[in-house]
Design a protein around this ligand. Structure first.
Ligand code: ATP
Length: 366
């Protein structure tokens, strides 16, 4: 096992800067997710760690060794691709054995030992009955397990997974997610997992790096990203439904700072008020998650009246969309709450959970 460090890593393709001055520290044995929208540079970052791309600038360090010029083969990393990339002309057993076969001499492995290791990993993944089949004779979920088995058969230093669940149906995704997490815990291989699915990243990873336009915007545990997103991009990427961001303006009167929002005012505590005044020019977003809003009045919480524009029952609860003076605003309501489109509803915002962002920079103020 090994830790992975990136130091100011940049990768360009012509005019496109796919990865832009990325610095990251991934701990030994950690499950680290890279989360971001399509085209933000996630796959390129993973391919740089694997050695399939060479950085234009910066260093990639695996287990204390700079590997910029080390061949992928000699980095002792195993990558699982989105499309699994199984060898179609090889049976499952040979696909899994492949990483051992190519290094057979170097590792001093007999055919029996290779077979033993293939069967061992196949049993762990529940595919021992499929060893004689060809990839075309497998379902998507089975192919995925074979790809994972092939990546784990030689217990690499680092496991690199590129959206490995994206070809599976919703139910199988959730099942495989749990299996990948259990496997990673069992082998404790340092893992870098690329996904655009925030739910997947949140449920799997010890820590997540949120990426956009080639840059890492924030690194943190799922809790840290959920509770204190550093900017409006991360705030709107983490959580489902995403955080409400209401435009508002700060006004000072006799030392008291008040936020004027759509249809309500919020008086800020003195410390927070002076921070807002010193750090911004007064144009702000008030951020509050739909689950931190209550239907009805709550003593001491700011409240606002809105019109229901959409009701989405999920079974356990309902997502209600309100129109607040032209702004769309989502609220999680209990299943029992019944509303129709056009109804007027009063909601209260949990004042301890409210975040304030600078509208100009998108950065978190407090
Ligand atoms: P997705 O989730 O859609 O796979 P991604 O976040 O993995 O996207 P990358 O595949 O890393 O993004 O691509 C980052 C940027 O670099 C994109 O603008 C892409 O078009 C560009 N890019 C990636 N590989 C190449 C290449 N070989 N040649 C030219 N441009 C490339």
């Amino acid at each position: 096992m090994a830790d992975v460090k990136l130091r100011n890593v940049t990768k360009r393709f012509g005019k496109v800067i796919a990865v832009n001055k990325v610095t990251l520290d991934i701990d030994d044995g950690e499950f680290f997710a890279i989360l971001g929208p399509s085209g933000c540079g996630k796959t390129t970052l993973l391919r740089l760690i694997a050695g399939l791309e060479v950085p234009d600038e910066g260093d990639i360090i695996i287990g204390g060794r700079v590997v910029n010029n080390v061949h992928p083969r000699d980095r002792d990393v195993a990558m699982v691709f989105q499309n699994y990339a199984l060898y179609p002309h090889m049976r499952v057993a040979d696909n899994i054995a492949f990483p051992l076969m190519v290094r057979r001499r170097e590792l001093g492995l007999s055919s029996e030992e290779i077979r033993r290791r293939v069967v061992e990993i196949a049993k762990i993944l529940g595919i021992e009955d499929l060893l004689d089949r060809y990839p075309r004779e497998l379902s998507g979920g089975q192919q995925q397990r074979v790809a994972l088995a092939r990546a784990l058969v030689r217990k690499p230093k680092v496991w690199l997974l590129d959206e490995p669940l994206s070809n599976l149906d919703a139910k199988l995704r959730v099942q495989m997610r749990a299996e990948i997490k259990a496997l990673q815990r069992r082998f404790r291989v340092t893992t870098v997992y690329v996904t655009h699915d925030q739910g997947e990243a949140m449920s799997l990873a010890d820590r997540i790096g949120v990426m956009n336009e080639g840059r890492i915007l924030q690194v943190g545990t799922p809790d840290e990203l959920y509770l204190k997103p550093v900017d409006t991009f991360v705030a709107s990427f983490i959580g489902s439904p995403t955080m409400n961001l209401l435009p508002c303006e700060a006004q000072e009167d006799g030392g008291v700072v008040t936020l004027n929002c759509v249809g309500f005012k919020l008086r800020l505590d003195p410390g927070i008020g002076s921070l807002v005044l010193s750090k911004t020019r007064g144009k702000l977003y008030l951020g509050v998650r739909p689950e931190h809003v209550r239907i009805g009045e709550v003593e001491g919480w700011p409240r606002v009246r809105g019109k229901v524009t959409l009701v989405e029952p999920t079974g356990s609860h309902a997502i209600i969309t309100l129109d607040l003076g032209g702004e769309s605003f989502k609220v999680i309501a209990p299943r029992e709450f019944k509303a129709s489109i056009g109804d007027e509803v009063v909601v209260s915002l949990d004042k301890d959970k409210i975040l304030i962002y600078d509208m100009e920079t998108g950065r978190l103020v407090v």
